[in-house]
Design a protein around this ligand. Sequence first.
Ligand SMILES: Nc1ncnc2c1ncn2[C@@H]1O[C@H](COP(=O)(O)OP(=O)(O)OP(=O)(O)O)[C@@H](O)[C@H]1O
Length: 555
Amino acid sequence: MAEPVFLEMAGIRKEFPGVVANDRVDLRVERGEIHGLLGENGAGKSTLMKILYGLYTPDEGEIYLDGDRLDLDSPQDAIDAGIGMVHQHFQLIPRLTVAENVVLGEREPATPFRPDAESPIPEAVRSNRVVQSVAERFSLGLDAPTRRIQRLADRYGFDLDAGAKISELDVGQRQRVEILKALYRDVDLLILDEPTAVLTPTEAERLFDSLDRLTDEGLSIIFITHKLDEVESIVDRVTILREGKNAGTAVVSEVTQADLAEMMVGREVLFQIEKEGVDLGEPVLQLQNVHADDDRGIEALSGVDLTVRAGEVVGIAGVSGNGQNELAEVAAGIRQPTTGSVRVDGTDLTGAAPRQFVDSGVSFVPEDRLEYGCAADLSVMHNATLKEFRDQRFDGPLGLDYDELEAYAETLVEEFDVRGVEDVTETKAGDLSGGNLQKLILARELDRNPALLVANQPTRGVDVGAIEFIREALLDQRMNGTGIVLFSEDLDEITDLSDRILVIYEGEFVYETTPEEADRDRIGLEMTGGGRAGGDQRPSDRHADVTAAASEGER
Ligand SMILES: Nc1ncnc2c1ncn2[C@@H]1O[C@H](COP(=O)(O)OP(=O)(O)OP(=O)(O)O)[C@@H](O)[C@H]1O
């Protein structure tokens, strides 16, 4: 008799109010393969994986692992069956060590948590004395597990010190701790939800090496991603979901990226977009000698000069953690510089309140959509109108005119193709899929026709169709005279959209170029500080050059 397929999900159906998230989906995964799960935002990928991890109960359908029928009521059931999951938002306790987190991680929360939500372990719990003392007690008798965890980490080349505190680790290492939590529990199937969304390209390469080692040992991996080049480089077979249904499974080596994109969105996707020429206007953002600290009080920006003119897109490239977030927040008015000045549209806003930035025409698309971009528990309507509800057009005889607010929110949802909204007054922003929430935030920020848009990773976690839509929306906005500061870890995005490109490294601009002259190797080298080793220019000289080149471009 033929061996059963390793994992079989058959006829899975899951309905939320007004949305069929999974419509009789079949998924088959072989032992030892990396199986990609692709699909537009809202196609139902996370829902299907949450069912497999025991977080949601399907309305219909069956799951078999190695031929055995599974009945999964909680993540603990999934783990007991040999299924682990690494979420996009890590669930680690920063003050505890790697080993303590791995051991404590044996019990997963039984209640479903919001997609894309921040760590489900609230700060109150993390800092709770009882939790801390349990952890301390663990560490007393933790020698044997620590050694075991260290051996496990070494076996897969994870480069982790089991005794190190999570707070000392970078994002890539934290992710490996999450994987270790699953391996420690002997899982045979690992679900990775967009694992590279938080990683730099180098960290992503490291992860891929680790995944290869895991599959060599017979582990199966389900890999959710939006990045087609990742599918091409590490995935064996891929299943595509479209509008909750299985749109097919393909052997990756037999299809092109264009085929996959078309299977996902049901039409041809342009990977290149046309950028028209535009006459630059007056400066809409002028930062002079800006220094700013990060959240820990350590200097993150060390004397940044930046001028952005109306109709100009300035792309900021850099490895995350080099001051990009602080720069975005200073430009958007939600972080105060320690020294230096900020002018928006000709007005000095140094030290001004965030509201004054909003009122001066600054729009902000933050990197962390759930933390800063929206109020997850409020409706789509509230979120769509958060910044504009004071506008006269929403004045009613008895205060706010809710019919107008609702109609406006509906227009934005329609224009920006935000999917999964049953009713703008009922659907919560936090229940939208990641990409659809991003489109909602963009709709709110762009529809104000801002003088300045600060866009931090605007297409992260967004599907290829929506990426095309968002990039075109940004370029339309540029044609309307908005000045845009674009932060992106995707170099193609930076070169496709920008008029000028600046590389930031350790809180300073170290290199400036244009898309026409952009040399990817040089940009990559400058991003990692490699340009400094050449000794051709001191950073301070180079910094002066950048400023000079910037003013050159302004003439
Ligand atoms: N808890 C929930 N309550 C209500 N609707 C939900 C819930 N979770 C998901 N949905 C809806 O189900 C549909 C599928 O969402 P899901 O998160 O599975 O998509 P996805 O393919 O993972 O999207 P993305 O790539 O954007 O993360 C969407 O329309 C979403 O709005």
